[in-house]
Design a protein around this ligand. Sequence first.
Ligand code: CP
Ligand code: NVA
Length: 330
Amino acid sequence: MNLYGRDFLKLLDYTPQEIEYLVDLAAELKEKKKKHILHDELRGRNIALIFEKTSTRTRCAFEVAAHDLGMGSTYLNPTDSQIGKKESIADTARVLAGMFDGIEYRGFEQEIVETIAKYSKVPVWNGLTNEFHPTQMLADLLTIREHFGHLKGIHVVYMGDARYNTGNSLMVVCAKMGMKFTAVSNKKYFPSQELVDTCMEIAEKTGATIDFSEDAIKGTKGADVIYTDIWVSMGEPDSIWEERIKDLEPYRVTMDIMNNAGDGCVFMHCLPSFHDLNTGIGKEIKEKYGLDEMEVTDEVFESERSLVFEEAENRMHTIKAVMLATLKEA
Ligand code: CP
Ligand code: NVA
């Protein structure tokens, strides 16, 4: 498998074998890290991390992974660089590609990261756009495989805002890996018909299934994984909270939903999550709308069925695999 020089912009660009290779590589790197075996195979290289939106996991994952691989990293925060305001995306890409060996971008439209890749002669990695969150998906696959031992046929139910980065990407990755995907939500929040059609075509070849349901009980029955994300994503206006709460409250992940799914069902979430009142936004929502928890109850989040912190750790191992695979000459 040779992924040297490739961009990592969305999983639609990768074959199931390539995705599996990256998950395998991440598992190997994780084992090395746990055994304190040095793996600084990219000593002397440097990467740029462009964040037009905030981050905890993705930023830390890139920085720690780069350090473990022997690379330097430079973080460009949402306000301090010239990007988009004084300098075009195309110019920025060419400037950074002259100094760095790889570029990560987190921000708004998918088109922006595709433009950076077009103008950059070094690999570009998508750290989240409005449409896709591909590095998250590799961590999710690794987590699912560690728990269930395999990917094929695992039934993943996504509850909530299924038409944004995480929901879209989960549908794509399930289609690619021959898994069963069901979006359970108000139909306003189902992925676009265009993306559904693309995934259905992929599913025909891989044996995956793609389904949709507005019925939280029927839709979650028999699920192996119940996955959710926050109801209002970064970059969306605060004014939208009221409508989202009204539309998505019936799709909160509760212990009743987990029990309805079945005994072996686990809970996953890309994080950050509003499952209690220990966040600024959580407190504001409590004051305005009287909710103590949003997309998932604290009971589920803190339960033994919750894999969220293993999933968060796996962001680092999988991002490391993407950088190693695309930067190391085969
Ligand atoms: N899951 C995820 O991407 O988290 P951050 O926003 O903290 O990077
Ligand atoms: N949908 C969320 C994912 C955060 C990791 C957002 O875009 O804010």
